[in-house]
Design a protein around this ligand. Structure first.
Ligand code: TTP
Ligand code: MG
Length: 379
């Protein structure tokens, strides 16, 4: 049997702010976009008493908690602290999967014999994180990832919840469907129409019944989860470290002629980022001149990006800064220092996101040429 832990930092962005500025300790701190359409990224537990929540419009948070301390957030800082946390986790096992900026899975199967009990192991994780970063974490320990994540969420902040194999059925019996991995609002509504309300309800019918309602694939996955089964391994490097696209030209091109292909490359990189739900803190331009000399230029941002326009603008500016008389054999655009987009609600632009999603869908269905932006054909 495997022993999997899920570690989730408490009120992460807000806790970092409170740690870096002790005057904020014990106060309702709300981190999020400050613009008219800004949303709450997260808030301290003091602010949660006023019913402020992640993803809530900032204006609403201000009404609920007028005396709160509202901060714009500093992604670069949170990523630094995040790395400190992951370093601590790596002392317990090399099998650490970074699930988000403040969340990780650990396969501790081989580490348990150093401890007298799973409680002791969980407490050691929390204590070591606290000692090194002065931050608190909630920890869940269970036989698989699905259950470990449920467990870390069970009691927050500073919770430690252990689900032993013999406790799994009891734990799932009353678990609302929404908590099952991959159950979105649509699936949830469908299942409720058939009278299912909890994981226990799903577990109590034959597999074929769920396959008939949800299709073979989804039906099986959910039925297995409802039994408390989750075979997924802890994957050490789940996220790509970078994603890039490059193009070699039939004939060498001038800077002006490179503009259109560069825009197409930026669009491809943007689309891949969005498909994976990622955003890039760094964009790198690669250029090979007609004499085969190759140069790269990089630019980093504190607000990670994922839209074609910005990726293109950044790459194009870097290209314009290269010596003007050069001709190009090849150009490439690479996105790196990737973060998951969920961490970015701080900066989200809903309208732009809707447009991008629609364009991505069209291109996936009808091919890259279905919608072409002016600059991609030299406009
Ligand atoms: P969470 O772990 O979901 O939230 P949290 O750590 O702030 O609070 P807790 O775990 O104690 O409930 O997310 C981690 C960070 O990701 C969070 O600090 C801010 C960011 N985040 C967003 O930017 N937008 C969101 O909608 C959510 C849920 C999180
Ligand atoms: Mg958290």
């Amino acid at each position: 049997m495997r022993i999997i832990a899920h570690v989730d930092m408490d009120a992460f962005f807000a806790a970092v702010e409170q740690r870096d500025n002790p005057e904020l300790k014990g106060k309702p701190v709300i981190v999020g976009g400050q613009g008219p359409r800004g949303v709450v990224s997260t808030c301290s537990y003091e602010a949660r008493k006023f019913k402020v929540r992640s993803a809530m419009p900032m204006a609403q948070a201000k009404k609920l908690c007028p005396h709160g301390i509202f901060l714009p957030g500093n992604m670069k800082r949170y990523q630094e602290v995040s790395r400190e946390v992951f370093e601590v986790l790596n002392r317990f096992t090399p099998i650490v999967e970074v699930a988000s900026v403040d969340e990780a899975f650990l396969d501790l199967t081989g580490a348990t014999h150093f401890y007298n009990s799973l409680e002791e192991l969980g407490e050691a994780l929390q204590a070591e994180i606290k000692k090194e970063t002065s931050l608190t974490a909630s920890v869940g320990i269970a036989p698989n990832k699905f259950l470990a994540k449920l467990a870390s969420d069970w009691r927050k902040p500073q919770g430690l919840t252990i689900i032993r194999p013999e406790e799994v059925a009891e734990f799932l019996k009353t678990l609302p469907l929404e908590k099952l991995w991959g159950v979105g609002p649509v699936t949830c509504r469908t299942l409720k129409q058939y009278g299912f309300n909890t994981a226990g309800d799903l577990a109590s019918v034959p597999l074929e019944r769920l396959e008939a309602i949800l299709g073979k694939k989804t039906g099986k996955v959910l039925w297995e989860l409802a039994q408390g089964h989750d075979p997924r391994p802890v994957e050490v490097e789940r996220e790509a470290k970078s994603m890039g696209q490059e193009q070699t030209f039939q004939v060498d091109l001038s800077a002006a002629e490179v503009k259109a292909p560069l825009a197409q490359l930026a669009g491809k990189v943007g689309r891949r980022l969005r498909k994976e739900g990622l955003a890039a803190s760094t964009i790198t331009l690669k250029a090979r001149y007609s004499d085969f000399k190759t140069v790269t230029r990089s630019r980093s941002f504190s607000t990670p990006i994922y839209d074609d326009d910005t990726i293109f603008q950044v790459a194009w500016e870097m290209l314009k800064e290269l010596p003007t008389a050069k001709k190009y054999r090849l150009v490439g655009v690479t996105a790196s220092n990737l973060v998951s987009k969920r961490q970015l609600s701080l900066f989200a632009e809903p309208c732009q996101d809707d447009l991008l999603a629609t364009l991505d869908k069209l291109k996936a269905k009808y091919g890259n040429q279905v919608v072409v932006r002016g600059r991609e054909i030299g406009g």
